[in-house]
Design a protein around this ligand. Structure first.
Ligand SMILES: NC(=O)c1ccc[n+]([C@@H]2O[C@H](COP(=O)([O-])OP(=O)(O)OC[C@H]3O[C@@H](n4cnc5c(N)ncnc54)[C@H](O)[C@@H]3O)[C@@H](O)[C@H]2O)c1
Ligand SMILES: [Zn+2]
Length: 347
C-alpha cells in the first residue's frame, strides 16, 4: 500500500508513505541510521541489510523520552561529523516517535538541512508521528517546545516490526487510531468496531487508513493554522493528565484515551454527540485495555492545567470535539462551568 502526500503549492516537498512495502532503501549518498538501544537489539540485524548506500553508519541513542533533548541532538551531530557526512547525506530514523522527532530535527539543522527518511517502529509513530514533518525535542520548560517543520523524503511503515511492541505501547497507538476515526471517518470507526487490530490484515488496513487521513490533513495545513489542530482531539485534556501525573503514570496514548472520553463528555453536553455514540467510543478504547477514567483530584486545578498548554492562546481554550462520529467541531467559547462539569467524571 502506498499513500502520497501532495503539497499542492510546494510539490518539491511531496513524498510517499509505504505500508508493508519495504524491500530495500537504495540511496547514492552517505547514510546514517539513527536508532535507540532497544530497537537496535530487536530489529537492526533485519533492517541494516536493506539499506544500500555509499556508506551506512549507525548512530544509537539511549531509549526514553527523557533523552529527547539537546544533549542527544549534539551527540547525533557529533557522530555525523565524525563519519564525515555532508550536505548530500541522508538520515534514516529507525525507532518510535522519540527517535523520529529527534532524527528529523537533526536533519533539519545539520548543515542547514539535509534529507531524512522515517522507518517508524511503534504503532503510534506509524499512524501519527512519522508523517507530517513535525520534528523536535523537549526542554525544561515543556515538551516539544523546540523544533522545526521538516518533511521526510519517504516513510516506510512495516507492521512486522510491531510484533515486539509491548501491549501497552500497542494500545497507546490504538488511541491515536480511534482519534482519527472519530474525527474524520465514520466508516473507519465502524471498521474498528468490527475488526480486531491484533489481526495482521486489519492492522495493515488501519495503518494505511490513518496515514491517508493524516496525509490529507497535513497536505492541507502543514504548519497547523487550521485543520491540522483537529489531530489534537483528546489531547487538550490528555496533556493536562500527562502533566498532572508528571509524564510517568500514563503513556501519551493512554492519556489521550482518557482525554477523548472527557472531550466526549463535553460534546454530549453541547449536543454534538449522543450518549450512545460516546459509549461506543469508550467501549472501543476499552477493548484494547486503554484507561478511560482519570482519577481526578481537583477539577479547578485541572482547569488551570489547560492554560499551561502551548496551544492555549489569549486565555481561550480551544476544544476539538466530535460532531457525531466521523466529524469534528472546533469550539473555543465553552463556559468554565460546563468544562468543569465534563471533567468531573461523577457528573
Ligand atoms: N511529530 C509528530 O507529529 C508527533 C506526533 C505524535 C507523537 N510524537 C512524539 O512521539 C513520541 C512518542 O512516540 P512513541 O509512542 O513511538 O514512543 P517511543 O519512541 O518512546 O517508543 C516507545 C517505546 O517502544 C520502544 N520500541 C520502539 N519500537 C519498538 C519495537 N518495534 N518493539 C519493541 N519496542 C519498541 C521504544 O524504544 C520505547 O521504549 C513523543 O515524544 C511525542 O512527542 C510526535
Ligand atoms: Zn498524540
Amino acid at each position: 500500500l502506498k499513500v502520497n502526500i501532495d503539497f499542492k503549492n510546494q510539490p518539491s516537498k511531496n513524498y510517499s508513505v509505504f505500508v508493508d512495502e519495504l524491500n530495500e532503501i537504495v540511496l547514492d549518498t552517505k547514510v546514517a541510521i539513527v536508532t535507540n538501544t532497544t530497537v537496535a537489539k530487536l530489529h537492526l540485524d533485519e533492517f541494516l541489510p536493506l539499506v544500500k548506500a555509499k556508506e551506512v553508519h549507525v548512530i544509537t541513542v539511549q531509549d526514553g523520552e527523557q533523552y529527547k533533548n539537546f544533549e542527544t541532538i549534539n551527540y547525533i551531530l557529533d557522530e555525523m561529523f565524525k563519519a564525515k557526512l555532508d550536505r548530500k547525506s541522508t538520515l534514516i530514523a529507525f525507532g518510535g516517535g522519540v527517535v523520529g522527532d529527534m532524527t528529523g530535527f537533526t536533519a533539519s539543522i545539520f548543515q542547514r538541512g539535509i534529507d531524512f527518511i522515517q522507518v517508524p517502529t511503534t504503532l503510534l509513530s506509524q499512524v501519527d508521528a512519522s508523517v507530517g514533518g513535525k520534528t523536535g525535542i523537549n526542554n525544561s520548560f515543556g515538551k516539544n517546545l523546540v523544533g522545526a517543520f521538516h518533511q521526510p523524503r519517504a516513510v516506510y511503515c512495516e507492521s512486522k516490526f510491531l510484533k515486539t511492541l509491548p501491549k501497552r505501547e500497542f494500545a497507546a497507538g490504538v488511541a491515536e487510531i480511534v482519534k482519527m476515526a472519530v474525527t474524520f471517518d465514520k466508516e473507519f470507526f465502524d471498521f474498528l468496531e468490527k475488526n480486531d487490530l491484533n489481526n495482521d490484515n486489519n492492522l495493515r488496513k488501519a495503518i494505511a487508513k490513518c496515514v491517508e487521513i493524516k496525509a490529507d490533513v497535513v497536505a492541507k495545513d502543514e504548519t497547523e493554522q487550521g485543520i491540522r489542530s483537529v489531530l489534537n482531539y483528546g489531547h487538550t485534556f490528555g496533556h493536562v493528565i500527562e502533566n498532572q501525573t508528571k509524564y510517568s503514570k500514563y503513556l501519551h496514548g493512554e492519556a489521550v484515551a482518557m482525554g477523548i472520553v472527557m472531550a466526549n463528555n463535553l460534546a454530549t453536553k453541547l449536543n454534538l454527540l449522543t450518549q450512545d455514540e460516546a459509549s461506543k467510543i469508550k467501549q472501543l478504547l476499552e477493548q484494547y485495555s486503554l484507561p478511560t477514567t482519570y482519577e481526578l483530584k481537583d477539577s479547578k486545578d485541572f482547569y488551570e492545567g489547560f492554560f499551561l498548554d502551548k496551544k492555549t492562546f489569549n486565555n481561550k481554550i480551544k476544544f476539538i470535539l466530535a460532531n457525531g462520529i466521523g466529524d469534528f467541531k472546533i469550539v473555543d467559547d465553552v463556559s468554565k462551568t460546563l468544562v468543569l462539569e465534563s471533567i468531573n467524571n461523577e457528573q
